[in-house]
Write a protein that binds this ligand. Structure first.
Ligand code: ATP
Ligand code: PAU
Ligand code: K
Length: 244
C-alpha cells in the first residue's frame, strides 16, 4: 500500500492506494500534517511507502519522522519523469505540474493532452503526442479571485463560489459571480480554441478543488477527476520504481 500526499498551496490532500485503487481520501490543514499522517498509518498499517509532492513551504523534514516506519519519497526535479521537459526554466516548474504531466502521459499514451488544475491557482499544462511537455499557463484560482477583489478594494464583499444567474450580473454579488465564474469559463474556452488551432486532437483532464463545480459549466468535453493529482503521484512513483 502506498500513501500519497499532495501538499498544495492552501491545504493537504492524501490518498491510500492498493495497486491503482484509491482506498480512502483525506483533506487536512498544514498544521495537522504529522498528526493526520500518523492517524492514516494507524488505520492502514500495511502502508509500505509514503510519497509526497509539495509546492508548499513544508520541508522534507516533516516527513522524515516516518522514515523508520516506511519508505519515504519526496518528489523533486531530479526524479525520472515520463515526458521530455521543454519548459525554458525546468527547475522552476512546479512539482505539482510535473506530477500532473507525468500522470497524463502515463494514463493517456500517444495523444495530445491538456491538464487543467483548478486549485489555488489554475494551471494549464500541455503534453503533446510525442511526450514533449510544452508548458501552459498559470492564472488565479476561483477562491483567489474572490479574495483578491475583496482584499484590494474598499467596497467589494468577500463572497464564496456560486453559480451566476446570468452573464449580465444585475447586483454587486451577481456581477462578481459572473466575473469569477463566467470569466473562468470564457478563459478556458479561449485556451481550448487556441490549442485546437494548433493541435487537431487532444484530451482534456480537469482536476483540483474546483473541478466538480466547473465541469458542469463547461461546454467542451472534459474528463473531470478531482483525484487526478494523487492518482498521478501513485502512478509516477510506480514509474520511478520501474525506471530507476
Ligand atoms: N475548505 C476549502 N479550502 C480551500 N479551498 C476550497 C475548500 N473547499 C473547496 N475549495 C475550493 O478549492 C479551490 C482550491 O483548490 P485545492 O484545494 O485543489 O487547492 P490547494 O489545496 O491549494 O491545492 P493546489 O495548491 O494544488 O492548487 C478553491 O478555489 C476553492 O473554491
Ligand atoms: C503554479 C503553482 C503555484 C500551482 O500550484 C505551482 O505549480 C508553482 O508554484 N509553480 C512554480 C512556477 C511554474 O510552474 O512555472
Ligand atoms: K493548482
Amino acid at each position: 500500500m502506498v500513501l500519497t500526499v499532495d501538499v498544495g498551496n492552501t491545504r493537504i490532500k492524501a490518498s491510500v492506494f492498493e495497486g491503482s485503487t484509491a482506498l480512502e481520501n483525506f483533506i487536512f490543514e498544514k498544521k495537522e500534517l504529522v498528526e493526520k499522517i500518523k492517524n492514516i498509518l494507524e488505520k492502514f498499517p500495511n502502508c509500505s511507502d509514503l510519497v509526497v509532492a509539495s509546492v508548499g513551504n513544508i520541508e522534507k523534514q516533516a516527513f522524515l519522522t516516518f522514515e523508520n516506519q516506511l519508505n519515504v519519497h519526496f518528489f523533486t526535479h531530479e526524479d525520472v519523469f515520463p515526458f521530455h521537459n521543454k519548459y525554458a526554466t525546468p527547475k522552476t516548474l512546479g512539482i505539482d505540474r510535473m506530477i500532473l504531466a507525468a500522470g497524463a502521459t502515463l494514463k493517456f499514451p500517444k495523444q495530445n493532452r491538456l491538464v487543467i488544475d483548478a486549485g489555488t491557482c489554475i494551471t494549464y499544462d500541455f503534453i503533446d503526442e510525442n511526450d514533449n511537455y510544452l508548458g501552459g499557463a498559470i492564472s488565479p484560482g476561483l477562491r483567489l479571485r474572490y479574495e483578491s477583489m475583496h482584499n484590494y478594494t474598499a467596497k467589494l464583499p468577500l463572497l464564496t463560489l456560486e453559480v451566476p444567474e446570468s452573464y449580465i450580473g444585475n447586483s454587486t454579488a451577481q456581477a462578481m459571480h459572473s466575473g469569477v465564474v463566467n470569466g473562468f469559463v470564457y478563459e478556458i474556452d479561449g485556451f481550448i480554441d487556441d490549442y485546437r488551432r494548433d493541435f487537431s486532437n487532444f484530451i482534456i483532464i480537469l482536476t483540483g478543488g474546483d473541478a466538480d463545480f466547473l465541469a458542469k459549466r463547461l461546454k467542451n468535453t472534459i474528463f473531470a477527476n478531482s483525484n487526478f493529482l494523487l492518482e498521478s503521484l501513485n502512478q509516477t512513483y510506480q514509474y520511478k520504481i520501474d525506471n530507476d
